[in-house]
Design a protein around this ligand. Structure first.
Ligand code: DGL
Length: 263
């Protein structure tokens, strides 16, 4: 079925998921909403996030999307159940990769980097209970990281210091595995890996979600059968399209259309 897959995030972070989806499902067209005008989501009340998710999902459905990916851990925790009650198309969410981290760790100590909203959610508590009951889990909210990515400050001394201030305490706590539990954080992978060093595994959720999307589309007979017209990314933002256009094009060369999100 040659309809697009709809994706949204509080901003640019979900492009780390777009990248994984494009690599695994190169025939699929994607329609992306970056809610940068309302970013960050990490410190917003659940009701606020549910209203944003409702407006964005309705927009994506009106554009004919056949499936939705909530490419944001914070929005998944706050809104995915509500979205699944309202809409019958497949809706995938993202959660911190606690299960893969539990499988990877040798020290039994894992670090989860995520937003305050994700860390205080019921879904996160259940995730730890289910997959990490016997591990030591050091959870770290990372204020300022999402803003650094949104302002395209991905490198440099200030970003390095900001990243170090949240990674260092986890290293001192003995973690050998770090989970990037926010889709913005893969864009800070350079400084994170430099500070953590080669002995620490750094895990994100882009690829597993792309695999899950492929499975769901296949099961439901929704995979795109041909790539005529060629697959593309349409990008809408509630922030300023001109400010981010060259970054979006660099991360997703499939970008065909960039526009302002109307709500
Ligand atoms: N990309 C969102 C996530 O995965 C960032 C949340 C925010 O805007 O604070 O959690």
């Amino acid at each position: 079925m040659n309809a697009p897959v709809g994706i949204f995030d509080s901003g640019l972070g979900g492009l780390s998921v777009v990248d994984a989806i494009h690599r695994l499902l190169p025939e699929e067209s994607l329609l992306y909403v970056a809610d940068s005008g309302h970013c960050p989501y990490g410190d917003k009340p659940v009701e606020y996030l549910q209203e944003r998710a409702r407006v964005i999902a309705e927009f994506l459905l009106r554009q004919g999307c056949k499936a939705l990916v909530v490419a944001c851990n914070t929005a998944t925790a706050a809104t995915v159940s509500m979205l699944r009650e309202r809409h019958s198309i497949p809706i995938l969410g993202l959660e911190p990769a606690v299960k893969p981290a539990a499988a990877a760790t040798r020290s039994g100590i894992i670090g989860i980097l995520a937003t305050a909203g994700t860390l205080r959610s019921q879904r996160y508590a259940l995730l730890l209970e289910r997959y990490a009951p016997s591990l030591t889990v050091l959870s770290e909210a990372c204020p300022g990281w999402v803003e650094a990515v949104e302002s395209l400050q991905l490198e440099g001394p200030e970003t390095e210091a900001l990243v170090e201030s949240h990674v260092r305490p986890l290293l001192e706590g003995g973690v050998d595995t770090l989970v990037l539990g926010c889709t913005h954080y893969p864009f800070l992978r350079g400084p994170i890996e430099r500070i953590a060093g080669p002995a620490v595994a750094v895990i994100d959720t882009g690829e597993p979600v792309a695999r899950q999307l492929k499975r769901r589309l296949l099961e439901l007979g929704l995979l795109t059968q041909s790539s005529v017209p060629p697959p593309a990314l349409s990008f809408f933002t509630s922030g300023d399209p001109n400010r981010v256009a060259s970054f979006v094009r660099r991360v997703s060369p499939e970008l065909k259309h960039i526009d302002r999100f109307p709500a």
